[in-house]
Design a protein around this ligand. Structure first.
Ligand code: HEM
Ligand SMILES: *[C@@H]1O[C@H](CO)[C@@H](O)[C@H](O)[C@H]1NC(C)=O
Ligand SMILES: *[C@@H]1O[C@H](CO)[C@@H](O)[C@H](O)[C@H]1NC(C)=O
Length: 511
């Protein structure tokens, strides 16, 4: 072979190789050209995204309004951060049931990092083995039958003292139910979780109620979180960073007091019966669990934080909304009075009140949770992997907000009277919301649903039944039932703006 043929062969080989590689690449690009199909959404502005469209009014209302234009799945941007917004029962079912395994994680927002001791709590932890162990612990040790018995016992004691005190009020005394409910639930949760009377004020820092409110505000997140470079400065200048520091310091000191008090007592001297939740956790943290998991100090504190922030306000606002709706609707009040009193007849002791057969009462509580779900957008879910919803691409680590507030008021599923308080609508409804049905989601759904889903309503029912059974209620002087203020306020947890005050009169049985 002469040098020319050699050269020609090499050149041709190289050319063929180059040609086929480029052909391969170009074909591949063309087939990969399937650009992701993103959900529709309002046009965004540079830097701030759609922030201007949701500022100035409650987020869940603004998003519900936008969904009317863009559909049940839409995307919005806050700063550079993409959020998927779900606004129908059918798509909520997709996220919380059909594709629950994809959407059962949480996003790591900087704002929640400190309060959750670096995401080792339950509510804000990403989906992992640690979360599973912690959740198992909470369900078995805090929500088991033993604690249920204890919380019922605390509730009865609380109601006894409240009923006694309200019965001895002079006629026409107004009672502040907002503060009364807070005291009851505080006592119940603190007794069961922490043992002694932790509703007393912390030694230093703000009052207990202020600390609780502030913790929940802080968990709602900061604006800076959505701005990768400017975020730190936004949070610094808005005063957020200082607020977070102070808020965390106060809460952490409070939790330390609780744990230190428990460490001072020798748990071996306490009977199993008398051990509270923190005692049990300290016991557990001294050794590995059966599955080889070990609870450390930060985990324990994060669990206490979750109970503090998730277990109290949610129940309190449900109680306030329930009493507000009942008093705004004389028809409901009357039916409820008849049911509770007929079911029980005349009893002497608060503890004898048994709500298990009070079907109308259960519907009243359900209807309250439909119209006033305490967490209007749940806690943001996040995707673990790439998937499609309604043919739209959703990428890993996308934050998903489910508009539980809007879904539960959707006239499309609830009919013309969707906005009305009408407990009878549940008369022939079968199945559990958040598990089998998704037209309302007061406790979320799927793996991330509220672990208190089954236990929380019973406590609400007992308190409401006691108040309705023992007292006849009137509105403050001169107020008509339709004038009762039902305005919403709050952030992560929705509450009524104006505290609820009513006038009780001890019910007189006709002998
Ligand atoms: C009426 C009372 C309550 C309501 C309406 C309520 C509602 C909710 C909602 C909407 C979620 C988010 C679900 C989701 O993201 O899909 C949640 C999560 C959670 N709730 Fe509740 N809750 C209540 C009471 C409680 C109580 C008493 C506790 C007990 C300590 C509690 C502890 C938690 C925890 C730990 C989570 C996080 C679950 C997880 O991420 O795996 N909640 N709750
Ligand atoms: C009722 O109680 C709430 C909560 O403790 C408090 O913020 C409010 O000022 C009280 N309102 C009245 C009228 O006493
Ligand atoms: C906190 O809640 C308020 C009221 O709903 C909302 O306007 C605000 O944007 C929330 N903060 C974040 C970071 O989402």
């Amino acid at each position: 072979m002469d040098i020319f043929t050699e050269w020609l062969r090499t050149t041709i080989t190289v050319l063929v190789a180059v040609f086929s590689i480029s052909l391969y690449i170009s074909l591949n690009i063309r087939s990969n050209k399937s650009v992701p199909k993103l959900p529709p959404g309002p046009p965004k502005l540079p830097i701030i995204g759609n922030l201007h469209q949701i500022l100035g009014r409650p987020r869940h209302e603004a998003l519900w309004q936008l969904s009317k234009e863009y559909g049940p799945i839409m995307q919005i941007h806050i700063g550079s951060k993409q959020f998927i917004i779900i606004s129908s029962a059918a798509l909520a079912k997709q996220i919380l049931k059909t594709q629950d395994h994809v959407f059962c994680s949480r996003e790591l927002f900087q704002a929640t990092k400190r309060l959750t001791y670096n995401f080792v709590d339950i509510a804000f932890s990403p989906h992992n083995g640690h979360w599973r162990e912690m959740r198992k612990l909470l369900v078995s040790e805090f929500m088991g039958p033993k604690r249920a018995k204890l919380s019922n016992h605390v509730l009865v004691t609380e109601m006894e003292s409240i009923i006694r005190s309200m019965s001895s009020n002079p006629p026409n005394t107004e009672v502040n139910l907002s503060s009364m409910f807070l005291e009851i639930v505080k006592q119940m949760v603190c007794k069961v979780a922490f043992g002694s009377d932790y509703r007393r004020q912390p030694v230093n820092g703000p009052s207990w109620d202020v600390m609780l409110g502030e913790t929940i505000e802080l968990l709602n997140g900061s604006v800076g979180d959505s701005f990768p470079f400017l975020g730190f400065f936004i949070d610094q200048f808005s005063g957020w960073n200082r607020r977070l520091n102070d808020g965390f310091k106060n809460l952490d000191a409070y939790i330390d007091t609780i744990i230190d008090d428990h460490l001072k007592t020798n748990t071996e001297e306490i009977s199993e019966e008398d051990k509270d939740f923190v005692h049990t956790l300290l016991d557990i943290s001294s050794k590995e669990t059966d599955s080889g998991y070990r609870l450390n100090h930060a985990n324990l504190k994060a669990l206490v934080m979750d109970i503090f922030s998730g277990g109290i306000d949610t129940t309190v606002v449900t109680l306030i909304w329930a009493m507000s709706e009942i008093n705004r609707n004389p028809r409901v009040m009357q039916k409820l009075q008849t049911e509770t009193r007929n079911c029980m007849g005349k009893i002497e002791k608060v503890g004898e009140l048994d709500t298990t057969k009070m079907t109308y009462l259960k519907m009243v509580v359900k209807e309250t949770l439909r119209l006033h779900a305490p967490a209007p957008l749940l806690i943001p879910h996040a995707s673990l992997s790439h998937t499609q919803i309604e043919g739209y691409d959703v990428f890993p680590s996308t934050a998903v907000l489910i508009n539980a507030w809007g879904i539960a008021r959707d006239p499309g599923t609830w009919g013309e009277n969707a906005a009305e308080f009408y407990p009878e609508r549940f008369e022939n409804v079968e199945g559990d919301f958040g598990r089998d049905r998704f037209e309302m989601l007061p406790f979320g759904g799927g793996r991330r649903s509220c672990p208190a889903m089954n236990t929380a309503p019973a406590n609400v029912e007992f308190v409401i039944a006691s108040l309705i059974y023992w007292f006849d209620w009137k509105l403050p002087k001169g107020m008509k039932s339709e004038e009762l203020n039902m305005e919403e306020g709050g952030t992560l947890v929705l509450k009524n703006k104006v505290p609820l005050c009513l006038v009780p009169a001890k019910h007189k049985w006709e002998d």
